[in-house]
Design a protein around this ligand. Sequence first.
Ligand code: SF4
Length: 463
Amino acid sequence: MTVFGKACLESVNRHCLPKTVKQWHPCFVDLESRMTTAVLPNLDPALIPISEKVRNGKRLSLDDGHVLYETKDLWTVLELAKMVRDRMHPGVAYYNINRHLNYTNICALSCKFCEFARKKGDDGEYTRDIEYIKEEGRKAVESGATEMHIVGGLSPYLPFEYYTDMLKALTEVAPNVHLKAFTAVELVHLARIAKVYKKDDIKSGVRWVLERLMEAGLGSLPGGGAEVFDERVHKEAFKTKIGAHEWLDVHLVAHELGLNTNCTMLYGHVDKREERLRHMEILRRSQDQALHRLGYEGDAEGYIAKGVPESEEITAPVITLTGEGATLPTPSMSSKGGYYQTITPLPFFPDGSELEHLSGPAGVENLRTIAVTRLMLDNFPHVKAFWIMQSLSMAQVMLEAGADDIDGTVVWYDITKAVGEGTHQETTERDLIVAINEAGYEAVERDTLYRRVERDGSEWRVL
Ligand code: SF4
C-alpha cells in the first residue's frame, strides 16, 4: 500500500480517487483513522498530531520540525507539504522571465563555501563598467525580461556612486524592468564604503543606503547571504560575513521602507538539521513582524518559540497563512511596509569551494528540505525550488512537495551553480512551462512581486 504514496506525488486529481481511498487518505480524513485501518503500515504515528496542526493551519514547533526531518515516512511529509502548497496556490505554479547580472566577482571576504569570489589580480576577476551594465539592460528588454537580479562581491575598489549609477543607467535603458538587487551583506558593505556604517546602529546606515538606492531605481531585495543563522555555522563557514542579527536588521529596514524582500537558506555544508530549523524559526518570527505591520492579526495559541535567542527580540504575534481562506499579502499592501515574499532553500555544492571535502546534500534530502520548509514557514507566501541549483527535473518534482515557484529563464548565473553545468545557465520559457504543466499545474508567468504577467507579442503588462 505504500505505493499509494507515490501515486500522491503524480499530481493525481484527487476528485478522481475512489471513495475507499478518500476514506483514509490524509487529505480527507485524519491520520488516526488511517492508523486504525492499518492500510498504511509505514505511517509514522508521530506525524498524526503534526497532520492535525497542518490541516488546521496551526504553527508547527521546532520539535515538530525535527519529526518531519527524521521520520522514515517521507511520503506523508511530502503530501502534507503539498496539501499546504495547494491550499495557498491552488492549481498554479509560477515562473518568471529574468536576467542575472553579477557586476563584480572581486570580494573582500573569503567565505569557505564560495567558489565565486576572486581577489584583484586573480585569473578570471572582473568588474563590469556602466556601459557593460547598460548593454545588459538593453538585452533584458530585448529578451522580454520583467526582472534583473543583480548581485556581486564586496569590492573594496568601487565607490558608493557606482551602485546608484548602475541602477540609474538600468532605469534609463530598461524603465519597465524590475531591479531586484543587493543582498544584505552587500548593503552593509555599501554602508561602509559610503561611510555611514555604525557598528552599534547598523539600521541607520542601511536606511541611508536603501533610500538612495530606491531613488535610483531599486525595486526589491533578493534573499541571499542568509546561509544558516547559527553562531557555530557562522564561525565555521563564513565568520567574516554578517551574522543573523545584521541580516535581519537589513531586511527589517527594507520592510519598513516598503520594499519586499526574499530569503534563502544555504544548507548541506557544516550545518545540522536542527540548525536549519532554527534558521526557519528566526525567519518566520521576522515575517510575523512584517505581517503585523501590514495589519495581520496574530494567533499565539499553543505556540511558544523555544531555543531561539534571536527571536526573543521579535514581539509580534504569531501569524500563519496556511489555514483555509488565509489571505496572502499583496504588493498593494506595501504602502504600510514590505514583507518576505519567498524562501528559497539552496543546496550546497562543494566543488571549487574550501569545503570541497564535504559531499553536499543529495536528492532526497533536498526534496525533504523543500517540504519541511513549506510546513515550517507557515507565513511565507512562496517557496521556491530554484532550478539552477536543484536541476529543472528536481524542481519539477518539488512542485509536488511544497514548492510553488521554479524561478526564471535566468540568463547567466555564476554565483552558485549546479555541478557540471558551467557558469552560463539559462533555459527557455517553453522548458519552464513544460516542466510545470507536466507536474499538473497551470504555469503562471509572474513579475518580481508575484503579479500575473500578460503578454501581447513583445509587449507585456502586469495584471
Ligand atoms: S559568499 Fe559573497 S561575501 Fe562570501 S566570499 Fe563569496 S561573494 Fe564574498
